[in-house]
Design a protein around this ligand. Structure first.
Ligand SMILES: Cc1ncc(COP(=O)(O)O)c(C=O)c1O
Length: 483
């Protein structure tokens, strides 16, 4: 049996062309104004308790929510229950959950066998002691057993921290400074990575509150442009060299701009040639793509891998770096690494027993149930169904999926080209279309990530997906060109 969640590799070149056209050449399509009013009335009539709670929250929480993914139009919903494929808000409305917490709950929300193990652990040791616990070892060994590139593993609290730590180890090990990322990718919100986010070429546009010096050594190159990467590395060699290239192996933003099939292998070759480390950010792809991660699927061995989300099984404290022993020893707690240098990392709650046990039992459960394959099959069914709807309804929208990571591009704001002269005029309108899509879907009982990304889980049976597709079909029946 295929050990990876991708049953077929979509033709990235053809997809990129269609996505380009949707975002840069075709007129913006939106939900009809009349229908949108109807969808918005749902929030006033059916979500009164959420509205009241969020209004109160706005007094004490900036923006009313603590989490970017929860910041939805017309107002965020307060969720009180999660189970498998479904969420319930405090007004008692049920939703099909294609957010899946932003990716970590591959087993479905609140998966009982893992929950029971976590409760058992808490009863015994509490969530944290600050000292070593058996599950730190068990989790590290389990990850290593699935990913040969991970000779050693350091657990941290988030993907953001793990990206910072990976860069620090790369710089410590190589003695070089430059970090090259692929434009549009998200590697957390640390000072050096709020650069080239969402739309390739944007550079420091989002870097409010970050002095320019912080990203002095961060560079971006355009996705899939291997020549540009080579040139960048040649230039860097004249100024001390590249410490690492960091990338999301499916392409920026979880494959929103899909990677060409052989790109990762080409980057590996360049890194070897220029003495730079290759860092795979597998925060989303590990273990959604499979227990061997995207690196297993592409058969490319990174020097370092960044983990997040699934690594703590949907529980808090989800971050980590794994990789080559000679690089990883740079983190050695309290003692010097190679060359007597030490890449400093820390965290009072890092690698706490709760996070490690949750990660261990969740990964074990994924392995036993083949959760990545089941979620991948659900993603295939959803992706195919959406493509069929767009085709039948003659809509320019684009749906595609890499296993359980599904993309549904309508406003396609992130796919705008930096060279498009209308970018600053249109990007707001495109974002608005996506926001409205998200609201319409919520009103029809489906939660998505920002109206454009959908994560499936093992809990998504054919019935769940078919039910969702019927709801999507209704929404896509009322689309007009924006006037
Ligand atoms: C590819 C990627 N890297 C890093 C991160 C940051 O992880 P965290 O939100 O745990 O800080 C994310 C979060 O969505 C991500 O998608």
């Amino acid at each position: 049996m295929n050990r990876y969640a991708i049953s077929h590799w979509p033709d990235s070149a053809e997809l990129l062309e269609r996505l380009y056209r949707l975002a840069n050449e075709l007129p913006i399509h939106q939900i009809t104004r009349e229908k949108m009013q109807e969808y918005l009335s749902y929030f006033d009539t059916k979500c009164a308790k959420s509205k009241e709670m969020i209004t109160r929250a706005q007094e004490v929480i900036p923006g009313g929510v603590q989490h970017n993914l929860a910041f939805n139009y017309p107002f965020p919903l307060a969720i009180s229950r999660a189970d498998g494929a479904y969420l319930w808000d405090i007004d008692g409305n049920r939703y099909i959950d294609f957010l899946q917490a932003g990716g970590p709950t591959l087993l479905g929300s609140n998966y009982k066998p893992v929950q029971e193990k976590v409760i058992e652990l808490i009863r015994e040791s509490g969530p944290v002691t600050g000292l070593f616990h058996e599950y730190e070892l068990k989790l590290a060994e389990l990850i290593r057993s699935h990913m040969p590139s991970v000779e050693m593993f350091r657990m941290l609290m988030s993907g953001t921290e793990a990206c910072m730590a990976a860069v620090r180890a790369a710089r410590t090990f190589t003695g070089k400074n430059f970090i090259i990322k692929i434009g549009g990718a998200y590697h957390g919100w640390s000072d050096q990575f709020v650069f080239g986010m969402r739309v390739p070429g944007l550079g420091p546009l989002d870097a409010h509150g970050i002095p320019a010096g912080c990203y002095q050594f961060t560079q971006e190159v355009f996705p899939n442009d291997i020549d540009a990467l080579q040139k960048r590395m040649e230039e860097n060699d004249k100024e001390g060299g590249t410490a690492a290239v960091i990338l999301e192996p499916l392409g920026p933003e979880s494959g929103t701009r899909p990677v060409l099939r052989d790109y990762n292998a080409q980057v590996r070759q360049l890194c070897d040639r220029f003495g730079a480390l290759l860092i795979f950010d597998e925060v989303v792809t590990g273990f959604r793509m499979g227990l061997g991660g995207a690196q297993g699927y592409f058969d490319v061995k990174p020097d370092l891998t960044v983990f997040g989300k699934c690594v703590a099984g949907g529980y808090p404290g989800a971050g980590g770096v794994g990789g080559r022993r000679d690089v990883m020893v740079c983190y050695a707690a309290g003692i010097g690494g190679p060359m007597g240098k030490r890449a400093m990392v820390g965290g009072t709650l890092s690698a706490n027993p709760l996070s490690c046990a949750a990660g261990y039992f969740a990964i074990k459960a994924i392995e036993e149930a083949g959760a990545h394959l089941k979620a991948g099959a659900a993603g295939d069914r959803l992706g195919k169904g959406l493509q069929e709807i767009f085709q039948r309804r003659k809509l320019p929208f684009v749906a595609f999926n890499h296993g359980s990571i599904c993309h549904m591009e309508t406003g396609a704001a992130m796919l705008m080209d930096i060279k498009n002269p209308n970018i600053f005029k249109e990007v707001g309108a495109r974002k608005k279309v996506m926001e409205e899509m998200g609201a319409a879907m919520t009103s029809q009982g489906i939660i998505t990530l920002a109206g454009s990304r959908l994560y499936t889980s093992m809990a998504d049976t054919d019935e769940v997906i078919d039910d969702a597709l019927e709801r999507f079909d209704r929404i896509f029946g009322d689309i007009e060109i924006k006037g």
